[in-house]
Design a protein around this ligand. Structure first.
Ligand SMILES: CC(C)(COP(=O)(O)OP(=O)(O)OC[C@H]1O[C@@H](n2cnc3c(N)ncnc32)[C@H](O)[C@@H]1OP(=O)(O)O)[C@@H](O)C(=O)NCCC(=O)NCCS
Length: 362
């Protein structure tokens, strides 16, 4: 066996074929069309394969995502397309591939890694834990009526107009116009836009993404009244209950949908792992200083995490504990019995608003 290693350029087509065979059998499109910013030859160096002779038998890929939020800029390694051929399973190949992906992500200064799975125990063995927040609402009724908007279905919209609305979000990942153009073309996905009387695009929303997220609105942008009208239109035209996925920091949207009485589900953003704790902590420290908090303790020393304020310092050797403290979903004061000042400080600083929009999931 050979690897884990990045595939050579001439091997890329076979990597995509391997993924299509094992992850999308019988599908009418290529997985590369579903993940245009991840499964692409330009991201080949972040892919890892193991060969047996000239046959690919195991694969995973990292897509570095630059996330900007009010605290700073974070480099996040999105990991996906983890698969081993049936007859080679349970020999540790995916574990080796994932370790190689994590090392590559560390080498390129990713602060943390994230992935989406239901194999929780498999990923816990290599230090991932469920963390962060995702709130989803069932859009099972009309949210508004009497709108002046015009709605257009289909992906033929100006990516620059989408980018302008997207840029209004509190947490975004860096996207070029080309990234958006490619994402708009993802198969089995319904893009709907809302236009005002002046002919300006004022909201967009995307439901479905290839084999995933059927019935889920996972990308959206625009002001609250326009979005409510757009979601209502999508539900009416699709004649089914849709689920809207939102970050926990979308406070106005969440308050409005809660007031309307829509069924709500509170879950995790994904499975996460800290890759560069020192780098991550220094960004939180810098943010704390900008708020006048000079004595925040947040560090990793000799395999242990220390956190607190001033002389009140707490510790844990559990990465899972620290992930939940940093990303939630629970408020810090509900996680630990802190002294009052530390509890107030952490509740002000944490959880870090972290979000990966649907187009960026790997
Ligand atoms: C999930 C998947 C990627 C795991 O691949 P794999 O190469 O078998 O992974 P590993 O061998 O590293 O680990 C798998 C299990 O085998 C066990 N194992 C590892 N080496 C072993 C060995 N030498 N002997 C016996 N068991 C072993 C591991 O402990 C692990 O156990 P767990 O499932 O209880 O956690 C594979 O089953 C697969 O391709 N599934 C379909 C696609 C999929 O679901 N991908 C995940 C998307 S998130």
């Amino acid at each position: 066996m050979e690897g884990p290693r990045a595939p050579e350029i001439h091997e890329w087509t076979r990597v995509v074929e391997f993924l299509n065979t094992h992850l999308r059998p019988g599908q009418g499109w290529s997985i590369a069309d579903e993940y245009p910013t991840a499964i692409t030859s330009s991201n080949r160096i972040n892919s890892r394969v193991i060969f047996d002779g000239d046959q690919i038998i195991s694969h995973a890929i990292v897509r570095p995502i630059i996330v900007k939020n009010p605290i700073g800029v974070f480099k996040v390694a999105g990991i996906g397309s983890v698969v081993t051929s049936d007859q080679y399973r349970k020999q540790g190949l995916s574990t080796q591939i994932l370790e190689s992906c994590l090392q590559a992500a560390r080498d390129s200064n990713c602060d943390l890694a994230i992935l989406w799975t239901d194999l929780f125990d498999f990923y816990r063995r290599i230090g991932f834990e469920l963390a962060g927040s995702e709130v989803s609402f069932e859009i099972d009724r009309d949210l508004v009526s009497n709108t002046q908007l015009r709605f257009v279905e289909g992906p033929k919209v100006d990516p620059a107009a989408v980018l302008r609305l997207y840029a209004q979000h509190t947490v975004t990942s860096h996207r070029s116009i080309d990234d958006i153009r490619e994402s708009l073309a993802i198969p089995n996905s319904r893009v709907t836009t809302a236009w005002d009387s002046m002919g300006r695009m004022v909201a967009y929303a995307v439901e479905g993404k290839g084999a995933d997220l059927n019935g889920y609105i996972h990308e959206w942008g625009g002001t609250l009244p326009n979005l409510l009208a757009l979601f209502t239109h999508m539900r009416t035209t699709q004649k089914r209950t849709l689920r809207l996925i939102t970050p926990a920091h979308s406070l106005n949207l969440i308050a409005k949908l809660t007031e309307l009485g829509l069924p709500v589900h509170r879950g995790h953003l994904g499975m996460m792992k800290l890759l560069k704790p020192d780098s991550f902590f220094s960004k939180i420290q810098r943010h704390a200083r900008s708020l006048g908090i000079a004595d925040l303790v947040l560090e990793k020393k000799d395999g242990k995490f220390y956190f607190g304020r001033g002389l009140h310092v707490y510790s844990t050797d559990s990465e899972a504990d620290i992930l939940r403290l940093l990303f939630g979903p629970t408020r810090p004061s509900e996680l630990h019995a802190f002294d009052r000042t530390t509890a107030e400080t952490f509740d002000r600083l944490l959880p870090v608003p972290m979000w990966i929009w649907g187009w960026d999931s790997v």
